[in-house]
Design a binder for this molecule. Sequence first.
Ligand SMILES: O=C(CO)[C@H](O)[C@H](O)COP(=O)(O)O
Length: 249
Amino acid sequence: MKTSGGSDAAKRRAGESAAAEVTDGDVVGLGTGSTAAHAIRRIGERVDAGLDVRGVPTSFASRELAADQEIPLVDLDRAIGPDAPGIDLAIDGADQVVTAAAGDAERAGASADPVNALVKGGGAAHAREKLVDAAADRFLVVADPAKETPVLDRAVPVEVLPAGRSVVAEAVRSAGGEPMLRAAERKDGPVVTDNGNLVFDCAFGAIADPTALSTTLSATPGIVEHGLFVDLADEIHVGTETDVRVVTR
Ligand SMILES: O=C(CO)[C@H](O)[C@H](O)COP(=O)(O)O
């Protein structure tokens, strides 16, 4: 599994804090990445102890981990609809998250109410993650302090239809970004997502207006989904070396 950010202990605290929010009967969106994996493992322990939940995986990796933990699963298609249960909460990681805590020093004079924005997609799972996280009644982000920032400036992952690669690259450049095709680590060639698409990591520098950039990317033909998650998170569980700080949005 790909990991980024801070210590595993901090990630575990964040994941376990969010997993404690799951209650009997819930349908839970199961995020992707090393921090969300801690939440999935803790939910698995609770299922073993009698908790009645169903999980909606966001990726091949989260499905495999949840199945290993013997968490009953339901497809997103079966979770959403007129006679479907819905998703009570989703727990998912992030590559960058704007929090006031990260900006206390840097933000002198800036608004005390930070924009509710994340960068996700370090594991190339952001298309399904956004489907599940946005469909949930509550979306809990699990992170560590290394993910916190006053302004998003990490390259934004963009999942692209293979046939639209050049068209999308030009559109990203027109929007002020520099697209870099994500290469696979143990294969000659690009990363191919769970949906059979390619990923551009698009460097925009500091993203002053994540909402505007999100709107632009969403409107670009050939982009299946991008990793800017704006106004979706309800809580950020930030694990530290000693405890957990919960930021409510
Ligand atoms: O968006 C993601 C996968 O697409 C992950 O949630 C994100 O990359 C964080 O991963 P980790 O918890 O391993 O740092």
